[in-house]
Design a protein around this ligand. Structure first.
Ligand SMILES: [Ca+2]
Ligand SMILES: [Ca+2]
Ligand SMILES: [Ca+2]
Length: 325
């Protein structure tokens, strides 16, 4: 047991102890603290019924072989695709060999492109950026697939774009977290490498970081639908209004507690309602705040033991969800 100086005196060291304890937890626990969760080698591969599916480069009956390219330094590897119908994105699965990885963080960007089969890479400008997702955890070792699962405010709607009668579409781009030339490799992206030049996914093209591209080579990629709605930043109940009565109240009611959904005030999807969620609400609320509405912020912080217990509970909940996949 701790000796007991006043709570205020021990707050910082206790939180540091708690943070160290959380860092020592296994990988899935760590990733549960991020808004985007990475899963290595999910049991269902690319998923049972993807909304978008390019190719399976590991299907050696269909393709004569596959090849891999390291996601290292400022390499931005891309694959274009079309989306026939609007849906909310819940999971993005890539053909990915992370066994040489173990590096912290990766970034996924989605661009709107006008020609999914264009030979050059001049469509991938910041002006065409549609969505950026960052994964802040350690990129897990994987032999075949890497899945990024979105929850809460990271769920987004991918609007229909592209059809058989036009060339519109999107491109997905994978890079290291900061895209610095000195970054180590986070793993290897896998693509088809058919010696016959067969194009497994006709509506898309693979691009290397230098802008070189090949229509017959395609990265293995799937998107799975989320059953969760998309939310305006700061909105907990999906009414597209950021207010005090519902949204701030949800945060206040559950402040410093673990929860399972955005309706309970977890705006960033890390299963904990805390100051980060309040900050998202505050950044998106434009009206006056009545005196007393923020009193919950001054409630004393929980002890280190309680924080550690929250971490373990959050991890257990995450594992149960993972085991159902
Ligand atoms: Ca192709
Ligand atoms: Ca609301
Ligand atoms: Ca949160």
């Amino acid at each position: 047991m701790h000796t007991s100086p006043t709570r205020r005196q021990v707050t910082t060291p206790k939180l540091l102890v708690a943070a160290a304890g959380l860092l020592a937890l296994p990988l899935l626990c760590l990733s549960a603290n991020a808004a985007v969760v990475a899963t290595a080698d999910p049991a269902d591969g690319f998923g049972e019924s993807p909304a978008i599916f390019t190719v399976d480069p590991y299907d050696t009956e269909q393709y004569s072989g596959n090849a891999q390219r390291g996601v290292a330094g400022d390499r931005r590897l891309r694959q274009t695709f079309q989306n026939p119908a609007t849906f909310n994105v819940g999971d993005i699965t890539l053909a990915f060999n992370g066994e040489s990885g173990g590096v912290t963080g990766m970034t996924v960007r989605i661009y709107e492109v006008d020609d999914v089969l264009a030979g050059g890479d001049d469509q991938f400008s910041p002006a065409n950026l549609f969505r950026e997702l960052t994964y802040d955890g350690v990129v897990p070792d994987s032999a075949t697939h890497l899945r990024l699962s979105l929850t809460g405010a990271t769920v987004f709607s991918l609007l229909a774009r592209g059809s058989e009668s036009d060339s519109l579409g999107y491109a997905i781009e994978l890079s290291t977290r900061f895209s610095s030339p000195s970054d180590p490799s986070i793993g290897l992206l896998t693509f088809t490498n058919d010696s016959e030049g067969n194009d497994g996914y006709a509506n898309g093209r693979y691009y290397t970081e230098s802008g070189a591209s090949n229509s017959a080579r395609d990265v293995g990629l799937s998107f799975l639908v989320s059953t969760q709605p998309t939310f305006l930043p700061g909105d907990t109940n999906g009414d597209n209004i950021v207010d005090i009565e519902t949204d701030l109240q949800a945060i206040a009611t559950n402040f410093r507690q673990t929860v399972v959904d955005i309706a309970s005030g977890d705006l960033n999807g890390d299963t904990l309602v805390d100051f980060d969620d309040f900050q998202i609400w505050k950044d998106n609320y434009t009206g006056p705040v009545p005196a007393g509405a923020l009193a919950f912020l001054t409630v004393p912080e929980p002890t280190a033991a309680a924080v550690a217990a929250f971490g373990v509970i959050g991890c257990a909940a995450r594992r149960r969800r993972d085991s159902r996949r």
